[in-house]
Design a protein around this ligand. Sequence first.
Ligand SMILES: [Zn+2]
Length: 253
Amino acid sequence: MNIIDTHCHLDLPAFDKDREQILTSCRTLGISNIIVPAIESESWHKLLNYCYYNTALEPALGLHPVFIKKHKRSDIDLLDQYLCDHKVCAVGEIGLDFYIENTDKDKQIDFFEMQLSVAEKHNLPVILHVRKAHDEVLTLIKASNVRTGSCHAFNGSIEQAKRYIDLGFKLGFGGTMTYPGARKIHHLATTLPLDAILLETDAPDMSAYGHRGKRNQPDFIIDALNALATLKKLPVETIAAQTTQNACELFRL
Ligand SMILES: [Zn+2]
């Protein structure tokens, strides 16, 4: 069985003490690839370095909307330069987060649009982070020529999910599926077609039910896999095979 964690921040200091042990555990469990999206330009070099020395790790570079205050216009040129010099599987994570209070929405939109253009120029998929802004993001994607990517930790409506799928996107689901009370996520994961679904942990955040309150890690992707198999009433092997194929096609692994 092959499994891919399509969203994991394994470069963060939270993993400095046991990154190697976690990667060993992942190998044992059949987790063949882990996609590591970036947060800010300062971390790109280190992230690429980790991925260079660990063949299971696939880098994505981008500027995360939650940290919009930190990003500079020159980071966009730097991103373009990095993508000329390095092989990555996506531009990410990028998007809009209107859940944060007092955020500069215009700057977020500006940086999202500029990064969509960079992704288009380099013919790369994007990894989206979206909170309280799905309609805005869908409009901006439609206006761009980007037609492939993932919407990570999807928590929108069925209607919005279908619009993402129509645009060529897939939707990421993770540990939230393991919570007994997560009815909206259960409904989405049950209803949406399996060929549109990606598995992810979003580690070190968003721990599964059995690990709540603790640091999340990529080997906990098994919890998400089992939860999706239960929701879909399908064998775990079927879920693993299809979601892995989805991730391989999308990120060209
Ligand atoms: Zn993330």
